[in-house]
Design a binder for this molecule. Structure first.
Ligand code: ZN
Length: 511
């Protein structure tokens, strides 16, 4: 009994400490949110400094001697075995991060965090001007500091491997190489078939779609999918993203263009998928590491499942198509079949977030290969625009005409998120597997969608994936739900089946 009391006391101490750290993180998240959505140009510096301050306070708490002693006590074999799974995961991850952070000098950490916050605005300015030279000095420093940061944390490991593992626990470049190769080889004949089939006439899509109507449509779609507006809200930013401000407050942003409603529609569905994940984590995991899903492959699998597997399925739109015309009258003149062809129009294009789900895979492979070159010291920052353009030609057969279409299009590197990009494709690879598992349990997804029963799918995802937060690694989740090793084959099967119908080609000739 006494032992139990002692253990409970230690667990309470752990949760209290994590709660304190999370209070600072909430402020930090709010500041980042403000920086991306509202902050005027001259307010950037003070926000960046404030982020540096709160982040450093959280860093101090994460590296305090008292916290280290607590984590070590909980991780001793006799204590650790008595813990429940969520606390075990928390102790294991917190101790790993504690040891990593303790090797990073505090001054360095503050400088790094502040630089990342400033760099985000520099990236925005450079992207608007399509001028890499504005952003180059920031990116150069971020690359340098990220390399140093990782060397401090894990001096004996290869930096890019550490980064990959930070965004998807348990993954390494060998596994990614294998999966991406499988995908690249499978995509080549598919893209050839699509190319030979000829493209549909999409001229009916041209029109003006006012931003106010797009926003109403976005909110309708989010509710339809299962986004809970009592636990989240929406805003606008240059690059759409989801932010977990704190428990019960999951926010998403979008970017609207009057001439292109599809971009905002699919960004909303994508970010909505992230938010639905975070909104449905079991509240009993509050103040444990399980609440934060840093496994971005798993997270992206959810956003991309909604965006692609569900959102680009013509059946998704059958119950809601009339609403599009209600909010945006120009949709009324678009035949349903043309709309379905437009949302599944496969063609190499410059911008990742606007790409179709098939060529999207190649956009990620490009970024993965460039990141590896950066961390293997094979390319200088100044050379990045050129390398980007060469790789676009090699993988997609097109060449950007300016930096905004090329190396400047994504925000990720501006906040030091190297190693994040592969998560998108890992997410899609998991999605191919999840689709098989869902259809085994619930029957045809086409049928559920056409009958407006999307919430049955959301509930399945809530029950089987979302509620557990990051209790299980992606590998454990795919193993548990799909009963097999991760493979790109289910995704390729899904692509071939779907696009042979849309582009009317025979599967038997596939090779
Ligand atoms: Zn995402």
């Amino acid at each position: 009994m006494q032992g139990d009391e002692k253990m409970n006391e230690l667990i309470m101490k752990l949760k209290d400490h994590m709660k304190k750290i999370q209070q600072y993180q909430t402020i930090e998240n709010l500041l980042y949110w403000d920086l991306a959505t509202m902050t005027p140009e001259k307010g950037v510096d003070s926000k960046a400094e404030a982020i540096g301050y709160f982040s450093t306070e959280a860093f101090r708490l994460s590296t305090s001697e008292e916290y280290g002693a607590l984590l070590r006590e909980l991780s001793s074999p006799e204590n650790y075995e008595a813990l429940d799974d969520a606390i075990k995961v928390t102790v294991r991850r917190e101790l790993r991060d504690y040891e990593r952070f303790c090797r990073v000098p505090e001054d360095f950490y503050t400088e790094y965090v502040t630089l990342k916050a400033r760099s985000q605005k520099a990236w925005e300015t450079a992207k608007k001007a399509s001028d890499f030279s504005i952003y180059c000095p920031y990116l150069d420093k971020i690359i340098l500091m990220t390399k140093q940061y990782v060397r401090y944390m894990e001096p004996d490991q290869k930096p890019y491997e550490v980064l990959l593992d930070m965004f998807e626990e348990g993954i390494d470049s060998q596994t990614i190489d294998h999966l991406f190769k499988e995908l690249k080889e499978g995509l080549r004949p598919l893209l050839k078939k699509i190319h030979q089939s000829g493209q549909p006439d999409l001229s009916a899509m041209k029109g003006t779609y006012p931003v106010s109507g797009q926003k109403k449509l976005q909110d309708m779609l989010l509710s339809y999918m299962g986004f809970d507006f009592t636990k989240g809200t929406t805003a606008e930013s240059e690059h759409p993203f989801t932010s977990e401000i704190g428990y019960g407050d999951i926010r998403i942003t979008n970017h609207f263009r009057e001439e292109d409603p599809l971009a905002a529609i699919f960004s909303a569905i994508h970010e909505g998928g992230h938010a639905i994940f975070d909104q449905n984590i079991d509240p009993s995991y509050k103040h444990t590491a399980v609440m934060q899903v840093n496994m971005m492959g798993l997270h992206e699998s959810q956003s991309r499942f909604y965006e692609n597997i569900l959102g680009r399925n013509p059946n998704f739109w059958i119950p809601v198509y009339d609403k599009l015309g209600e909010f945006l009258p120009d949709f009324r003149k678009i035949p349903f079949d043309t709309f379905c062809k437009a949302i599944n129009f496969v063609q190499p294009s410059m911008i990742r977030i606007d790409a179709d789900e098939v060529t999207y895979c190649l956009h990620i492979i490009l970024r993965y290969e460039i990141e590896r070159a950066i961390f293997n010291d094979e390319v200088t920052t100044e050379e990045l625009p050129g390398l980007w353009n060469d790789k676009m030609e090699e993988l997609l057969g097109i060449r950007p005409s300016c930096d905004a279409e090329g190396v400047l299009q994504d925000t990720h590197w501006s906040d030091g998120s190297f190693g994040y990009f592969p998560s998108y494709l890992l997410g899609s690879i998991y999605d191919g597997m999840f689709l098989e598992a869902i259809e085994k349990d619930l029957g045809s997804v086409d049928q559920l969608l056409s009958q407006g029963k999307i919430m049955e799918i959301t509930n399945w995802l809530n029950t089987n994936i979302h509620q557990y937060g990051s209790l299980y690694t992606s590998h454990e989740v795919t193993e548990r739900l799909c009963g097999k090793e991760v493979s790109a084959k289910p995704l390729l099967d899904y692509f071939y089946k779907k696009y042979s119908e849309i582009y009317s080609f025979s599967l038997s000739e596939q090779n």
